[in-house]
Design a protein around this ligand. Structure first.
Ligand code: HEM
Length: 189
């Protein structure tokens, strides 16, 4: 444990925080729906959940693009000076992998759906053109790719959460606070 009191830290701005927590919520939601729906027998509920799963996936993809664009406008704040070089490097690699996976997972889902012959209609109103012609063997191969990438994303999210908790409860260096809104101080000085 390095120090007891959490230091004041430079935080991500409100738009970056909002995009981060919205993505986190949607990624957890898309996993939950995905794991649940694949165990169901063919039924209207299964079809509806497949649609919800695709819509959330498309939203996660769009939010990832938005986050990357916003990152150019508002670069992340500097990390605490106490953070060792290996940890800075690990964080940079981890964040890049997370961005890569939140883009690659929905993309692989879209390719898989197209090859299986099921078009994605975002929110039931916006048809997304198929990326590939119908090709069931390719669809089956892409299903394995989608599943593999999902396992990688799940593993990365677990590592990411473990790192955030380590910073909060072991290092106590305020890194988790960077992604949280500043609490208003109350009472008189
Ligand atoms: C579930 C899906 C999640 C995804 C895909 C995700 C992704 C990311 C990415 C890509 C960044 C880098 C942001 C940037 O610099 O552009 C980031 C930062 C961060 N995330 Fe997450 N995150 C998730 C969940 C969480 C959770 C549950 C926590 C807390 C327990 C958390 C805590 C943080 C913190 C503290 C940072 C800032 C780290 C720093 O200052 O370098 N994240 N996240």
């Amino acid at each position: 444990m390095r120090n007891r009191v959490q230091p004041e830290v430079e935080r991500y701005g409100a738009p970056a925080q909002l995009l981060h927590w919205l993505t986190a919520l949607l990624v957890l939601g898309v996993f939950a729906v995905g794991f649940y729906m694949v165990g169901l027998n063919v039924s209207p509920l299964r079809l509806r959940l497949f649609s919800y799963h695709k819509w959330i996936g498309v939203t996660v993809f769009a939010l990832a693009l938005l986050r990357l664009a916003w990152r150019l406008v508002a670069p992340p704040p500097a990390l605490p000076a106490t953070m060792p070089a290996w940890e800075r490097q690990a964080a940079a690699i981890g964040h890049r992998l997370l961005y890569l996976l939140v883009l690659a997972v929905p993309l692989s889902g879209w390719l898989m759906s197209s090859a299986k012959g099921f078009q994605t209609v975002y929110l039931g109103v916006l048809p997304i053109p198929d990326a590939l012609a119908k090709n069931p063997p390719l669809g089956a191969a892409l299903e394995a790719v989608h599943w593999g990438l999902n396992k990688m994303l799940l593993a990365m999210v677990c590592v990411h959460i473990a790192a955030a908790l380590k910073h909060q409860f072991i290092d106590r260096d305020g890194v988790l606070l960077r992604m949280l809104p500043r609490r208003q101080r109350t009472g008189s000085a």
